[in-house]
Design a protein around this ligand. Sequence first.
Ligand SMILES: NC(=O)c1ccc[n+]([C@@H]2O[C@H](COP(=O)([O-])OP(=O)(O)OC[C@H]3O[C@@H](n4cnc5c(N)ncnc54)[C@H](OP(=O)(O)O)[C@@H]3O)[C@@H](O)[C@H]2O)c1
Length: 230
Amino acid sequence: MRVLLFGATGMVGQGVLRECLLDPEIEGVLSIVRRSSGAQHAKLREIVLSDFYDYSTIEGQLAGYDACFFTLGASSVGMNEAAYRRVTYDLTLAAASTLARLNPAMTFLYVSGAGTDSTARGRTMWARVKGETENALLSLPFKAAYMFRPGLIVPRHGIRSKTRLYRIIYSFATPIFSVLEAALPKQVTDTEKLGRAMIDAARFGAPKHVLETSDIYELVKRDAASRRSV
Ligand SMILES: NC(=O)c1ccc[n+]([C@@H]2O[C@H](COP(=O)([O-])OP(=O)(O)OC[C@H]3O[C@@H](n4cnc5c(N)ncnc54)[C@H](OP(=O)(O)O)[C@@H]3O)[C@@H](O)[C@H]2O)c1
């Protein structure tokens, strides 16, 4: 499987990248970043792109991929709706509509978040915008599209959030989150499990197109079983 990755420098993206590089079924990862991550691996290639709203300069390099893991996203804290919509809806749809045109056999996997509002009409701004983004992605002509809605994600393997506030929270809360994850595995996930669940859905599909943490947990179990049987 050949995969594209957006958001590889973020907490979720670092987790997905780690699992992709470890997975023998994934031949190569093309990561689109706005600054080089400095990561080096035989299976990894990066394209540094300055404008994530315009793919015309790199289109020739974006065809022939089986899956796209879209983990790029920004916190809505301190943003008005127009600014948040631009980085969430406009940016994601600019990338996804280009990819759907170039790769009709692609599976597109988007990380939104628990509480996303599929009606896109609710009172919570970020949930409405993410809901609108999910709905638009689900209508694109991909082979399949899956919307991942994790709640709490525990960072594993030294992975760190790009967001300073989250880094501070994680620095003291990770032990508590780990206890919560062990006690409530259907409500709390981690970067490794989310990465594995996304790879599993890219390879084998998923029973639903919108996946809450409990559905992510089921994919993780299916993935573990299929890898044990190899
Ligand atoms: N972390 C959680 O607990 C959690 C829980 C549920 C859902 N989510 C969702 O998962 C997604 C990823 O979260 P995260 O925690 O990995 O975030 P993060 O650590 O803040 O990383 C965000 C990623 O998006 C990229 N990015 C942001 N704005 C960009 C822009 N305008 N142009 C290009 N790249 C941009 C960043 O690139 P740079 O490195 O260049 O800044 C980085 O790779 C988000 O949509 C978030 O809402 C996260």
